[in-house]
Design a protein around this ligand. Sequence first.
Ligand code: HC1
Ligand code: SF4
Length: 573
Amino acid sequence: TVNIKINGTPVVAEQGTKILDAAKLAGVKIPTLCDHSDLEPWASCGICIVKVEGSPKLVRACATDIVEGQNYITHDPEIQCVRRTVLELIISNHPLECLNCARNGVCELQDLAEDFSIREVPYESGIKERPRDESTNALVFDPRKCINCGRCVNVCQQLQDVWALEFIGRGDDTLMTAAGGALIAESPCIKCGQCSAHCPVGAIYEKDETQTFMQMIASDKHVAVQMAPAVRVAIGEMFGLEPGTVTTGKIYSALRRLGVDAVFDTNFGADLTIMEEGTELVDRVTNGGLLPQITSCCPAWTDYMEKYYADMIPHFSTAKSPMMMQGAITKTYYADKKGLAPKDIMSVAIMPCTAKKYEISRDDNMQASGVNDVDLVLTTRELGRLIKSAGIDFVNLEDEKADSPIGAYAGAGTIFGVTGGVMEAAVRTAHLLVTGKEIEDVNITAVRGAENVKVGEVQLGDATLKVAVAHGMANVRDIMNEVRAAKEAGNPPPYHFIEVMACKGGCIAGGGQPYGTDDDVRARRTAGLYSDDEKSTVRCSHQNPEIVQIYKDYLGEPCSHKAHDLLHTKYQE
Ligand code: HC1
Ligand code: SF4
């Protein structure tokens, strides 16, 4: 450890800690626009400069290691003046379009401008006019608002290993752009939205479809909404609640106040996915099928896999994502029960994810009902804004229940939203399928936790299931290469089942979640989902009474012909 002082207050921190992080330990916040705890320091904005006592130089707190015995001055009139000048320069190159900006009220630059009482901009405007890129149906890139902080490029390269974004030019002429200076849709972008979640301003944001939703509500269509696992532990943050607060019942209630006709839960779809995907896995394992089986519910991952691991497509579970399963049964099973034609239902999904906007436009059996199974995807952020604009007092809403059927969920369904959750849910049900007995301990701790890659073995009676879980797209490569190498060498597969989620932490930290996600927020949202699971009276998907019912009344057996038509897909080689 290293002993230093922050403004005279002693602080003990690990070797290699940056001044910025050491200051946090002392409760001192040093402003920054480019630094993010998910990323390596980039040191581009220059706002975090501090003094080392006894030295005439200013150093960047984000990129400078603490040194034993030093005292760092983080705030004094001179430092604040320098910071203010840097801020004025950034603002002079930034459009003053806060009112209609996607980050209005939740912008890190706006917050700093407020803190520093910026009222005039003394420098000439140097805004570089460049067209807005709306080439994908998930994200909008407005390069005029880019402040060259580097976060989007770094998250795309470091965390996601996609390299859809890059810098071109040097010095003052540096520009952030899609790879090769092309459009985002022409780049390898997987629409994960991590760039939008890390951008401190409104230069990259989700395609806002809130008004399409309002038009649906105003129409005479029957609007049926589903909500993803991870939404319930995050949306409260937009209303001042702590990350991880479980607000399932309030969201159901808010959706009804917004005017929707039926409220369902993607967690039911997740339970259904487990029935199908678990059955597929057990079939592959017991009947000599191709292994490992790989999860396919994350649309950013399926997009990535099609681009970089097309040879692995036969390993993908053919089970559709919970969202798409939920959409398909909304427009078939539920439509039948209600006496509605599929075309008279508008199926809307609230997701923590921008890639889900892309997923519904894929052409692989996303219209199992004959029309679009999901018509619209809104992110958690969009739903939060809709709730605000409708004047709904979210925090004080009474809890309500989802509609039935296709609204009830087991604890297994809710943990889909966290890394390892799909695996854990699958194991709970696979145990029954393989051994004929219920699993004794439903808590599969081997696949829990925040490590980048989790590898373990799970006992299903006498059989040992080798599993691997990866999250954060950059962490997938090692596992996939291991599988590929074993295959090429003619060796047995190293795993039976692999779970992949594109975002670090899983969907709880998806690209459409409320701003401000870091590891602490990830941990708290994760704890929220596990507590939701623990409080569930039914923990396993196959025990969900509405799941039992739908197979009895409608689908027959898991992986039946009908289930295949509605709930399975194939991927594009
Ligand atoms: Fe996810 Fe999924 S868990 S992909 O992370 O399989 O988005 O939350 O809805 O479909 O259930 C996201 C979350 C979500 C699907 C489920
Ligand atoms: Fe990169 Fe994901 Fe952003 Fe696409 S959406 S540019 S893959 S970070």
